[in-house]
Design a protein around this ligand. Structure first.
Ligand SMILES: C[S@@+](CC[C@H](N)C(=O)[O-])C[C@H]1O[C@@H](n2cnc3c(N)ncnc32)[C@H](O)[C@@H]1O
Length: 388
């Protein structure tokens, strides 16, 4: 199956960064007006384990000096985003009219939600996709290539949202999706250091180009009490103090996922089906990427850009994320937001948003059966009434 076919040097760069292309193994050929190469994915390539591209077709880029390319996947399962139909129903099908939409995907990832939204959206709709992870954007661009000019992708954290929108010339949006947290790409890429399943440098940065602190550097910088607070507050780890003490008293600070996991395993048994290091890894990942601050900042910025009747869908993956979303949505939907000590209402009791989901929508058993990672997802959707 061909993911994309526009000559684009970045496609090949993406494939190369996955280890998917060894140009020495390339077969090259010529058709009228087109030179091309076909490269097999070497067996040791992590992309192959993830059932990602097996073949890459490349041709010299039209500008010269580089290669364009198209990735071909094996016929394995295509990445299906979590609660895809529910997100599309709320953001597209549930709307009263069929006017073209300006869609903002704040967490493009592998482009699954973006693709589903664009397929369902009225003709003329356009999508701006943000992600702080360049590797994700490279793959999403390939997937979304069939939508051509309707899609713009930008490498940006939520905290640069205003600048990204201004660069696009957009002042408001009609539909927003934010699927928080890490992507399967990040979790399954051994070299990124997000997962204890692979021994790798302890990195965990969603944007390794951004130059921020890695998880190894963070652990080294923090003292024992600060580290314990992070494990407790961001990982909800009950053994936080003991783990922090062990890490800080170790002969050397952990530099790899394997070293960290071994230190944690001295104190935590883990529940059946849960690795003892799960909570520690979650806490460090959230801290390294300042995920909760990013979410709070993004939600604070949205009232300034949501058009009247705009819909916002947020998928949270753990209770810390969901708590922030729930609190902000509750405030937006409240009929009175005056401080309780005021004797009478001065805000005139007009809610800024309406809830479209009762509580949080969870994936069905069927979806969890097909994709066990979906089990912790919770979706909340609101419709903006107006007022910045
Ligand atoms: C769960 S994945 C999204 C998957 C996507 N919905 C799909 O269908 O493939 C979350 C993505 O959000 C990105 N992300 C997380 N926090 C971010 C932030 N603060 N700013 C920008 N991107 C962020 C991650 O890099 C990751 O690629």
């Amino acid at each position: 199956m061909i993911w994309g076919c526009r000559p684009d040097r970045r496609l090949l760069a993406a494939a190369t960064s996955l280890g998917a292309v060894d140009m020495r193994l390339c077969l090259t050929g010529r058709l009228p007006g087109l030179s091309f190469g076909v490269a097999a994915v070497p067996p040791e390539c992590p992309a192959r384990r993830r059932r990602r591209p097996e073949l890459v077709v490349a041709w010299p880029s039209v500008e010269g000096g580089g290669w364009g390319g198209a990735m071909m996947t094996n016929p394995g399962p295509r990445h299906v985003p979590v609660l895809r139909d529910e997100v599309v129903d709320h953001l597209v099908h549930g709307r009263a009219n069929r006017d073209p939409l300006r869609i903002l995907d704040l967490t493009l990832g592998l482009g699954g939600h973006a693709e589903a939204l664009l397929e369902a959206a009225p003709a003329g709709s356009v999508l701006l996709g943000l992600d702080r992870d360049r590797a994700a954007l490279d793959l999403a661009r390939v997937r979304l290539a069939p939508f051509g000019e309707a899609v713009t992708t930008v490498q940006s954290p939520f905290s640069n949202l205003a600048a990204a929108l201004a660069a696009q010339g957009w002042s408001t949006v009609d539909a927003v999706v934010a699927d928080l947290g890490v992507s399967s790409l990040q979790l399954d890429e051994p070299g990124r250091g997000f997962s204890f399943r692979f021994d790798a440098p302890l990195d965990m940065r969603m944007d390794p180009d951004g130059g921020g602190e890695t998880a190894a550097e963070l652990i080294e910088r923090l003292d024992e009490a600060e580290l314990a607070d992070i494990l407790h507050d961001l990982g909800e780890e009950r053994a936080a103090r003991r783990i922090a003490r062990t890490i800080k008293n170790a002969a050397h600070s952990p530099a790899t996922t394997g070293e960290l996991r071994a230190l944690v395993a001295r104190h935590v048994r883990g529940r059946p089906g849960h690795d003892p290091a799960t909570r520690t890894f979650q806490a460090l990942r959230i801290a390294v990427n300042q995920e909760l601050e990013e979410i709070a900042g993004m939600l604070a910025a949205l009232p300034g850009i949501l058009a009247p009747r705009a819909r916002l869908a947020v998928l949270a993956w753990h209770s810390l994320e969901d708590r922030i979303v729930k609190t902000v949505f509750r405030n937006w939907c409240a009929t009175c937001v005056c401080p309780p000590q005021w004797p009478m209402c001065r805000c005139r009791g007009v809610p800024r948003a309406t809830r479209l989901t009762r509580g949080a929508v969870r994936p069905t058993e069927g979806e969890v059966g097909r994709n066990p990672r979906a089990r912790s997802a919770r979706l909340r959707v609101v419709e903006w009434c107006g007022g910045g």
